[in-house]
Design a protein around this ligand. Structure first.
Ligand SMILES: [Zn+2]
Length: 141
């Protein structure tokens, strides 16, 4: 079961944008850590089951294969303050989201409905069904 935090597990195009995002945050004196990059299907199923067949509150609506993390084009982050993760600092997180957008990433804090303030992705205009069908951002470059 793989749930990676390593930027090297992202698609190279997304890895570059992610590293640039970290650098641009640093330029504004914001330290961010990457909490999730690539997840395999088994790991995604495990997350999907939480709040359904496993105890806890739901953490995702994406079944195995239906998360952009499964296709190496998404990552999650959290900003730090004095070395501590700021999970609830909406103002700080929003600034990070804006920086991500300046780096050419899609920030899920803008999504209507299921907002994910700590999620960024780059899909090259592809939808999840395209990835499920075997396409990747190489095909649109
Ligand atoms: Zn995510």
């Amino acid at each position: 079961m793989i749930n990676s935090r390593d930027v090297n597990d992202l698609h190279p195009v997304v890895k570059e944008k992610c590293l640039n995002f970290i650098k641009e945050c640093k330029n504004e004196s914001i330290d961010v850590i990457i909490t999730s990059t690539y997840r395999d299907h088994e790991s995604q199923s495990h997350l999907y089951n939480i709040g359904r067949t496993e105890p806890g509150r739901k953490v995702t609506n994406a079944k195995a294969g239906y998360s952009f993390h499964n296709h190496r084009v998404a990552f999650d982050f959290v900003p730090l303050k004095n070395g501590k993760a700021q999970w609830d600092d909406i103002k700080l997180i929003t600034r990070c989201g804006e920086i991500a957008e300046l780096c050419g990433l899609e920030w899920a804090g803008r999504w209507i409905g299921f907002k994910e303030l700590l999620h960024c992705q780059y899909t090259g205009g592809l939808k999840i069904i395209d990835f499920v069908a075997g396409k990747n951002i190489d095909n649109v470059a």
